[in-house]
Design a protein around this ligand. Sequence first.
Ligand code: PGA
Length: 222
Amino acid sequence: IVSDLQGMTQGKLHLATVTTCKYFVPRLLGNFCDQYPGIDISLKITNHLQLEKRMMENRDDLYILSHPPQHIDLKVQPVIKNPLVVVAPPSHPLVGQKNIDISALNNQRFIMREPGSGTRHAVQALFNKHKVNVEIKLELGSNEAIKQAIAGGLGISVLSRHSLNGREYTDLAILDVEHFPIEQQWSVAYLSGKHLSVVAETFLHYLVSVTDHAEMPWMHFK
Ligand code: PGA
């Protein structure tokens, strides 16, 4: 009976997530679509500010992001941790050091996400708090491009640990800097006044159940 019901759940799911989620949400979709072959998905991946705009225009069923905006009336459910770590090229002098004082980041060449990025916001808040001044060499809207720029020796950056895909890299290293990782958490959210479709409800339940207590979901969805 369950599989009959699953087969009958039909329609389109409109999802929108911040860029850092691209490392886990698409991985979950294969399994979901196997279970619910009648559901098609549109997935928009953009930054925090653009997601806020989409919320205000009621463009999607569900949103996944780290800091759901306070000024929009949302129903929010935390799903999974999103730690932000300092990433450097392996040749960087701070690689291998333990408990690096955050002041060691002063004047480091830095690659920063674009304005409107939630990652940038979190990094700047921490740097402001500890009066850290980095030298922003490059602003980039793509986590993937930032990884390449780090590997190419342009500077260091702060990225979601998920962007490293849980793999060991030979051209990237994580620095052990105090106050890092910045402990963030992704939440799934939707507009409070919105009547969720059966399709959206189905995905919401699926997401919450598969990510329950999971720190790195790819470990469970290889
Ligand atoms: P973003 O993601 O930097 O792509 O805006 C931030 C977040 O995790 O909410």
